[in-house]
Design a protein around this ligand. Structure first.
Ligand SMILES: NC(=O)c1ccc[n+]([C@@H]2O[C@H](COP(=O)([O-])OP(=O)(O)OC[C@H]3O[C@@H](n4cnc5c(N)ncnc54)[C@H](OP(=O)(O)O)[C@@H]3O)[C@@H](O)[C@H]2O)c1
Length: 287
């Protein structure tokens, strides 16, 4: 497709809103739907065509992005919209919905709309990278038919990594997030220990800086801890969802640290930290 595809974005939360905004900046025709309509209204001036239903939003769209919270919501929304999909449209599922729901979604669409191309396309990167079109798209599915999707991914991210048959990317996404979740818990605990010994977060970063342990992600999260501002880049409640999805899909793999983190993070969510950034686990440990 030489022309820009028409894109529908289903879900205008932190990530979907950033995708729609970047597509509009790059002159795509963008149709949007969100359960809470108000979240898309600030993009009306930039040209967003905001619909009252997912089915209405996907009408005439060449590429449909689903960026919703979880598997059940995504399956239900796409089931409602599937009848209205354009013949031969491409559906890109970009949320973190895990293995079981992804495989079920592939089967749902194959049955309801065999003409549609499904791309499993979760992303690496949080709200700020999404706003700056700096996310990485992990794509799987039939790349030979995915030119329209690739135009969209190029507008919202810094690159696309193709990983094989549809479903592979949702598996890789759980791998990446289990590492991220372990890193966050370890950083929160190390920071608590540093404080116990009288060191500041700045002391800790100065020792790490310049060496192989100085992950930019750790720097960002140490900054949140130092400032006490846990405005969510990634909600703790969604990170907990991802840890549970990884355990659900782990099969015979033993993941004892992740199991413990799920217990601790569930307690943190129950204690009211779920709507903050996942770095708020530090605050929970500090109570
Ligand atoms: N934020 C990140 O760092 C990040 C990074 C990579 C992947 N992800 C994944 O991407 C997905 C979206 O994340 P986000 O950060 O954009 O989340 P978010 O800001 O909480 O947005 C969630 C979206 O799902 C919608 N939704 C939730 N329940 C619904 C329901 N029952 N019916 C219809 N719509 C519903 C919300 O609509 P309302 O506005 O009406 O609530 C909103 O559009 C999640 O799977 C998340 O794990 C997030």
């Amino acid at each position: 497709m030489s022309q820009q595809p028409i894109v529908a974005v289903l879900g205008l939360g932190a990530m979907g809103h950033a995708f729609a905004a970047n597509l509009l900046k790059k002159d795509f025709v963008v149709r949007g739907w969100n359960r809470t309509r108000a979240k898309g209204e600030d993009l009306l001036g930039a040209g967003l065509q905001l619909s009252d239903s997912a089915a209405q939003a996907v009408e005439g769209a060449d590429v449909v992005i689903a960026m919703l919270s979880d598997g059940d919501t995504t399956r239900q929304t796409l089931a409602e919209a599937s009848i209205a999909l354009k013949q031969g449209a491409t559906v890109c599922q970009m949320g973190t919905i895990g293995v079981e729901a992804t495989d079920a979604l592939i089967a749902d669409l194959k049955k309801a709309r065999p003409d549609v191309l499904f791309i499993d396309a979760p992303v690496s990167g949080t709200k700020a990278p999404a706003e700056n079109a700096q996310i990485l798209v992990m794509a799987s599915g039939d790349q030979t038919r995915a030119q329209a999707a690739e135009q969209v991914f190029a507008a919202i991210g810094k690159g696309t990594q193709w990983l094989g048959e549809a479903g592979a990317s949702s598996r890789m996404k759980l791998v990446v997030n289990s590492w991220l979740i372990g890193l966050m818990q370890s950083l929160a605990e190390s920071t608590r220990l540093a404080e116990q010994f009288g060191f500041s977060t700045e002391d800790l970063w100065k020792v790490l800086d310049g060496g192989p342990l100085a992950a930019p992600y750790a720097k960002m999260k140490l900054g949140m801890i130092a400032s006490g501002d846990f405005t969510p880049q990634m909600h703790l409640v969604w990170a907990l969802k991802d840890a549970k999805l990884a355990l659900d899909a782990a099969g015979g793999s033993k993941l004892p640290a992740l199991e413990n983190i799920v217990d601790v993070w569930q307690q943190a969510v129950d204690a009211g930290y779920g709507e903050q950034d996942l770095a708020a686990v530090y605050q929970y440990l500090k109570r």
